[in-house]
Each structure stands twice: as structure tokens, then as C-alpha cells.
Design a protein around this ligand. Structure first.
Ligand code: FES
Length: 92
């Protein structure tokens, strides 16, 4: 069984996401459209969010969309964001 985590969007929807799945994909599978969907490949930046609370891992993301300073501040691209715990995220 996949490990599922609860993803809550500030002022928005809640959905479940498996640890192995990108948050953006899980959101789409749950029929939620709060986060913008573009390339799904870590390049366009449309799915940029800030993680307010929780532990997570990220895959390869465009440095032009999320700088190292942004990463340190909790910004990530949802199509390259993998939850390790329940997450609270904010959309800009
Ligand atoms: S959808 Fe393009 S960077 Fe995530």
C-alpha cells in the first residue's frame, strides 16, 4: 500500500498524495484545480507554491523559476514536490 499524506492548500482544497507521487499529479487525480498546471516537468513555473508546514522532497526544478534562495524559503514547483509528511501549502 502506498504511504498517503494529506495535502491542504491555504484557503483551498484538501487531497491525498502518495509519497511517490508529485503533489500536482495527485491534485489532478482528485479533481482539484487550485494549483496551475503547465508543463508538468519542472520548467514553466506555473505550479509554484510555498510549503508552509510539513516535510517534503523535490525533484529537478528550473533554477530560473525557483532560485536557491526561494528553495530555502520553502518555495517549490508542485509537479516536482513529493510529500514526506502531511503538508500545508500556499499558492502565491
Ligand atoms: S507545471 Fe510547469 S513547472 Fe510545474
Amino acid at each position: 500500500m502506498p504511504v498517503l499524506h494529506r495535502i491542504r492548500i491555504v484557503g483551498g482544497a484538501e487531497f491525498s498524495c502518495a509519497e511517490a507521487d508529485p503533489v500536482l499529479t495527485a491534485m489532478e487525480h482528485c479533481g482539484v484545480d487550485d494549483i496551475g498546471v503547465g508543463c508538468r516537468g519542472g520548467g514553466c513555473g506555473i505550479c509554484r507554491v510555498r510549503i508552509v508546514d510539513g516535510a517534503y522532497a523535490t525533484g529537478k526544478m528550473s533554477a530560473a523559476r525557483v532560485s536557491s534562495v526561494d528553495r530555502a524559503a520553502g518555495y517549490a514547483l508542485a509537479c516536482r514536490l513529493y510529500p514526506i509528511s502531511d503538508l500545508l501549502i500556499e499558492i502565491e
